[in-house]
Design a protein around this ligand. Structure first.
Ligand SMILES: [Zn+2]
Length: 299
């Protein structure tokens, strides 16, 4: 399931392949994937327009759509794979019309292909099936920018205001850039177990099941601990691990096979063992989600 590092990888992929090229056509292969948006509205907003910048908070990705009349005022192309989460606003934001939003659900991903050339997946993983394309942008340079979602939990549509879109989803600060003070305060106020708190998108946005388990394992905290009962030292260490795990995964473009050998996420299978000490891992639900943890190393 795409979490923050995967969606950040999608954001960079969108910048690399889909920005600043006019959209020649839009193919909606599964209209049910659209949310609060008709196929006709999507086509009208996109055809002849260009995507000019991206924004991401947590697992939500938006791309700004500038209609043909606004394109003459465009500044230079933003840098590819920019380390910024939000590319800088253009000189005259008043001309901005709409945003395309993408949410990747359980199995969503992006790919790009030029006629006659090999398809490129956002994760760089050639094993991903090239099926389940739900929406395809046909770009004026001949590129095809594809939104795939096998299980149809993802959504795509239009929104007029990016800030309102994020606010309506009650998203907390982005987990990659949240400061230690904000993180400590958020957990202190939270009742209940630690792992569900970490996955609460209104507390910090972007941490899902796999990276919550990883951050807890790396700092030796049991997922069932009380969120508000951690010492300052423990919660500070957890903040560092959350940011570190997410950043490392962003740095390898969400290719989990390139993450360090001491990461537990390589062990998500029934015979899992603790990568640091070989203890058998425990698999148990917390907050309704399958959780892997080491009963010896995490307390
Ligand atoms: Zn262990």
């Amino acid at each position: 399931m795409p979490e923050l590092p995967e969606v950040e990888t999608f954001r960079r992929f969108t910048e690399q392949y889909a920005l600043q090229v006019p959209v020649a056509d839009v193919r909606v292969l599964k209209p049910k994937i659209l949310e609060h948006t008709s196929e006709a509205d999507l086509r009208q907003a996109l055809i002849g327009s260009v995507l000019t910048r991206t924004r991401r908070v947590g697992k939500h990705l938006l791309a700004q759509i500038d209609p043909p009349s606004a394109q003459c005022s465009q500044a230079s192309t933003p840098p590819i794979n920019s380390p910024l989460i939000n590319t800088p606003p253009d000189a005259n934001p008043a001309q901005a019309s709409q945003w395309l939003f993408l949410h990747f659900g359980m199995t969503g991903y992006l790919s790009y292909q030029r006629e006659g050339q090999t398809i490129v997946n956002a994760y760089g993983n050639p094993a991903l099936p090239q099926a389940h394309i739900r929406v395809q942008l046909v770009l004026a340079d001949g590129g095809l920018f594809n939104f795939h979602e096998q299980r149809m939990f993802g959504k795509l549509g239009l929104t007029a205001d990016a800030d309102r879109y994020f606010q309506a989803r009650k998203l907390g600060p982005d987990a990659l850039t949240v400061g230690p003070g904000t993180f400590v305060n958020a957990l202190k106020k939270r009742k209940g177990q630690l792992k569900p708190a970490l996955m609460d998108q209104s507390l910090v946005a972007g941490v899902g099941n796999v990276y919550a388990d990883e951050a807890l394992y790396q700092c030796g905290l049991h997922p069932g601990r009380s969120a508000s009962g951690l010492s300052l030292k423990e919660v500070t260490a957890l903040h560092q691990q959350v940011v570190d795990v997410l950043q490392r995964t962003v740095d390898v473009a969400a290719d989990r096979t390139r993450l360090p050998a001491h990461y537990m996420l390589h062990q998500r299978h029934p015979k899992a063992v603790c990568p640091k000490a070989g203890h058998p891992l425990q698999i148990e639900p917390f907050g309704g989600r399958t959780t892997y943890f080491c009963p010896i190393c995490q307390s």
